[in-house]
Design a protein around this ligand. Structure first.
Ligand SMILES: Nc1ncnc2c1ncn2[C@@H]1O[C@H](COP(=O)(O)OP(=O)(O)OP(=O)(O)O)[C@@H](O)[C@H]1O
Ligand SMILES: [Mg+2]
Length: 240
């Protein structure tokens, strides 16, 4: 892609213990874009995101954020550079209120004033979170909990938002609402790397897509190109 790169993975391999899970993965998130990473169960999508966030260190290859080598940095350092992460399964604290879940990341934010401004922005994006800010998050609906997980990743106003399967287990109406908000977040200047099994939704809102199989990127292109590639759409994306 010709646009300026925000995040670049250059032949990155990683895994758990000694076991390699992702092999020589190269991908690019240009500044200002939504890029999606698609693939079936267990192909290595979450492992790719864990490598980007620093939860696991790459075995080989390089990760660049704004041209700076971040390979091997710890998660808090990578988050501090402007990378927000909404993990698979949401991982919110059920025994805390929505507001308290958002407050957990406040110590990463320079001042109380900026935190309050960012919080207002999150509540504007997800009005439900504002309405339910003092409700225990365990008692919120699945959709609201997903909004909270995204909101928590956004409250530090990251440059890049990493999302791991935000549509999982949600009703189509809620998926649509979240997809629309992702577009709004992107229009506010946040670049997005979206991991999804819901290829249809992801391809509708993304600018560019990568397809993984068995730990490797097997295809990439604009969303239109991938949709026209019948073998990819059939076999890997479950569309048509
Ligand atoms: N903590 C771990 N220790 C060892 N192996 C793991 C660990 N986490 C995942 N794996 C293995 O790595 C492979 C890729 O898993 P990963 O979670 O990255 O896939 P995924 O594409 O995100 O799948 P899904 O769509 O089901 O979320 C799988 O074979 C999985 O069993
Ligand atoms: Mg996963």
């Amino acid at each position: 892609m010709s646009n300026e790169s925000l995040l670049q993975l250059d032949t990155v391999s990683s895994g758990y213990g000694k076991k390699t899970i992702i092999r020589e993965v190269s991908l690019d998130v240009p500044a200002g874009k939504i890029v999606t990473l698609l693939g079936a169960n267990g192909v290595g999508k979450t492992t790719t995101l864990r490598t980007i966030t620093g939860q696991i260190a790459p075995f080989a290859g390089r990760l660049l954020f704004q041209g700076r080598d971040i390979s091997g940095l710890k998660p808090h350092s990578i988050a501090g550079l402007g990378v927000g992460y909404s993990p698979e399964g949401r991982r919110i604290f059920g025994n805390l209120t929505a507001y308290e879940n958002l407050l957990v990341v406040a110590n990463r934010i320079k001042s109380k004033k900026i935190f309050r401004e960012n919080l207002q922005w999150v509540y504007t994006l997800f009005p439900r979170l504002g309405e339910r800010s003092h409700q225990l998050s365990d008692t919120m609906s699945g959709g609201e909990q997903q909004m909270l997980a995204i909101g928590r990743a956004l409250v530090s106003k990251p440059m890049l938002l990493l999302l791991d399967e935000p549509s999982l287990g949600l009703a189509p109406m809620v998926v649509k609402q979240i997809a629309e908000t992702l577009v709004e977040i992107n229009q506010a200047g946040v670049s997005i790397l979206l991991v999804e099994q819901n290829a249809k939704m992801a391809l509708q809102i993304s600018h560019y897509a990568y397809v993984m199989d068995n730990g490797q990127v097997i295809q990439h292109g604009s969303c239109e190109e991938l949709l026209q590639d019948k073998s990819i759409a059939d076999i890997y994306l479950g569309i048509r």
